[in-house]
Design a protein around this ligand. Structure first.
Ligand SMILES: [Zn+2]
Length: 321
């Protein structure tokens, strides 16, 4: 997992930020002390108390920094239950008249800038389901009476993952900033070139992007989309695009996003010579709207790295409208 909670503070910590702390130190001796300090700290799963440890946080390691589980997730942890449920969820509806069987991301909260505070949980992006410890430890894992709790997240990626993994459960409720209460089905809209469509309402828009045309500068990321008047002309200006201002991002977050975009593109390239049904295309999902002044430009609701994500998707995976 790319992030975990620091046990003492309850803050979400990204493994890539730990590596960045070491990279920022120029004195090798001090850097080594930082590595030791970071390794000694106690980290736990984002949704339960299962201990995890940081891996590959030293610079020059080939593996991406991440957290590894040291013991199994605790019974009732939605992260472990979620992956198992998804195996069924991609094929059929899993919700019943009583609702969705486990917690799912039902609300996206706009991230706030970090405020130094001693109050626990304030900055925890995924709010833990409020299952009491007693309830969890007293239950057998097979018959845990986990109450259904909805989760609030600041990462659009979690919502997109849920949308893709549970295509038959898109009637589930979802609350988005500037949109309000809606459903998964209505929160997502595929971009099509339609001179009538204004796309001025904030929603989660998505479209295939032209991966050879993604551009990075010190200040922004530019995603040309495969929608517009003249999408097959690489140099055409008449295509939709998303421009993201990255000037205020931390260095480690720029790196994290760059890695994720590259992962997506590499996954697409790997399937290039496979059968049509397993071939993947690069898709961009973002919470935003069309610019009022620029005819083809889209922008995020806020210039935040958590409000968009890339996914390598095959036609079968997608089951999109
Ligand atoms: Zn867990």
């Amino acid at each position: 997992m790319e992030s975990a909670r620091e046990k003492d503070t309850n803050d979400e910590v990204y493994a890539i930020d730990l590596r960045q702390k070491i990279l920022d130190e120029t004195d090798p001796g001090v850097a080594e002390t930082i590595v030791e300090e970071l390794t000694i700290k106690k980290y736990i799963c984002l949704a339960c108390e299962a201990p995890v440890s940081p891996v590959a946080i030293r610079p020059n390691m080939k593996v991406r920094p991440h957290f590894r589980l040291k013991k199994k997730h605790q019974p009732g942890c939605y992260i472990s239950g979620y992956d198992n449920l998804a195996k069924v969820g991609t094929k059929q509806q899993v919700s019943t008249p009583n609702g969705f069987p486990i917690s799912y991301p039902s609300k996206l909260r706009l991230p706030t800038h970090r405020i130094v505070t001693s109050e626990k949980n304030l900055q925890n992006p995924i709010q833990k389901p409020t299952i009491s410890k007693k309830q969890v430890t007293n239950s057998n894992s097979s018959e845990v009476s986990v109450k259904k709790h909805n989760l609030t997240t600041t990462k659009l990626e979690e919502i997109v993952k849920h949308f893709l993994l549970f295509p038959y459960d898109r009637h589930l409720k979802l609350t988005l900033p500037r949109v309000g209460l809606t459903t998964y089905q209505n929160a997502f809209q595929k971009l099509k070139f339609d001179s009538e469509a204004s796309y001025e309402t904030p929603l989660i828009y998505y479209a295939e992007f032209m991966y050879t045309g993604v551009k990075w500068t010190e200040e922004e990321i530019y995603f040309p989309l495969m929608q517009g008047l003249d999408v097959y002309n690489r140099n055409s200006q008449e295509r939709f695009f998303l421009r993201i201002d990255t000037r205020h991002w931390e260095v480690s977050k720029r790196k994290l996003i760059q890695d994720k975009i590259e992962d997506c593109i590499n996954e697409v390239k790997k399937t290039r010579y496979q059968q049509t049904s397993s071939k993947k295309s690069p898709y961009l999902f973002f919470l935003g709207q069309k610019s009022l002044t620029e005819k083809f430009q889209f922008r995020l609701l806020r210039e935040d790295w958590r409000l968009f994500c890339c996914q390598a998707i095959s036609g079968v995976d997608l089951r999109l409208r």
